[in-house]
Design a protein. Structure first.
Length: 194
């Protein structure tokens, strides 16, 4: 072993270049693995819900807004959190049997076909849900007809395809119409919510 095989540390101790290199490579690999886990959201996977737990959570939040224990704004934030961070899109697609819906959907020429998926009601799933669920099937280039709701909180998640979504805040109700103000004008893809 010659002097070029040794590295002098600041504290005066000598270490072998080979040991230093091994330690450095381990550190670099550890940092790379950690960066990969963080960037691919694998560390958060343990926080993801099963379909059953997710459905229970959506139901409980729905009860909260129905019984005025939480505001519609609080409901909206909590539902977005559930849709975006607490369930994988594939898990949601399985829950509603999306493959079957996609195979059997009959598109309409104007607007969207509304399909009500059959959600599980046994084996620990809520027996009766406080919310309704619909899948809207649209031909390319079509849209959901603009409409308004009375005393209703709604949420959307894109299951497949890309959409240009526009939402409006209701400012006031007139005798024959509503006064609205644009609030969202954005593009949405699979797994994105509004």
């Amino acid at each position: 072993m010659n002097d070029s095989d040794r590295i002098k540390e600041k504290n005066g101790n000598e270490i072998l270049r080979r040991n230093f290199t091994k330690g450095s490579v381990k550190t670099i690999l550890s940092i790379s693995l950690l960066e990969h886990l963080c960037s691919t959201d694998l560390l958060a996977a343990k926080d993801k819900y099963t379909a059953k737990k997710w459905l229970h959570a959506v139901h409980e939040i729905g009860l909260g807004v129905k019984e005025t224990k939480i505001s519609q704004i609080q409901w909206q934030k909590q539902v977005e959190e559930l849709f975006q961070k607490k369930i994988e899109l594939n898990e949601l697609l399985k829950l509603i049997n999306f493959d079957q819906i996609e195979k059997s959907a009959k598109f309409v020429d104007n607007g969207a076909r509304s399909i009500r998926p059959k959600l599980p009601r046994s084996n620990g799933y809520p027996k009766s849900l406080v919310f309704g669920s619909q899948v809207f099937a649209l031909k390319k280039g079509r849209s959901v007809v603009p409409h308004g709701h009375n005393n209703m909180a709604t949420a959307f998640i894109v299951l497949k395809g890309n959409f240009h979504g526009r939402h409006y805040d209701r400012i006031s109700d007139e005798k024959d119409h509503m006064i609205i103000r644009p609030s969202i004008d954005d593009k949405f893809g699979p797994g994105q919510t509004s």
